[in-house]
Unconditional design. Sequence first.
Length: 266
Amino acid sequence: MKLRSLRFPQVFAPAFLLLLATGAVAQQAAQPKPEDTEVWQPVPKIVTPGATDAQPPSDAIVLFNGTNEDEWVSAQDHTPARWFVHDGVLTVNKAPGVGNIETRRRFRDYQLHIEWKIPTDITGSGQARGNSGVFLASTGPGDSGYELQVLDSYNNATYVNGQAGSIYKQSPPLVNPDRPPGQWQTYDVIWTAPRFNADGSLKTPAYVTVFFNGVLVQNHFALKGQTLYIGQPFYKAYDTAPIKLQAHSDKSEPISFRNIWVRELN
């Protein structure tokens, strides 16, 4: 049997060709373009970096510039801070009744830069050797807050979740980049505060990233709660909180701080 070739009636030919052309145009239109993934608004604001690493960026809140304690108060009763300011540095005052200091301002999420120095003639060992702390949120007189440990950890053995660069009693530093006593050390911190539900229960934990002398030692660590010397950490609801510096009760020589600034990330 001889097969005959199929032919469309002549009247349908233009419609068929139009259908093919429409499909080709649609296929061409569906191809992705670079412009599909370009975002033009909002434009990030301009921030001028410090002329040197020691200078804060233009949008920073300077908490200590080497001349006064105007941004700090006593953590006990919110009276003016009574640590020592000399030669551009802030030194812990371990006299009875003085205690910790904290910022007048309260913060939620932020970037913090702070420099600290252990005295050259430091004595003691373990936790009794240049002990202090940067409390990333000081949530009240009866609460311990969230502590980034300060300690002489240069050839000084102690429990690893209590050495310099640790989130105290929770997370040891990834490495130990501590410099010898007498040299300035630097913490650069990204703090994301915990969030709480309306009933006070935890919604999302606090997160912290820490660079110690330019070296990453805490990588977006999720905190288990407030710092506790004894017992397990827990969360207690708060909104914003000051940053606190510790006047530790150890008998070693007091440590010093300088060049403290913060950038709010709210």
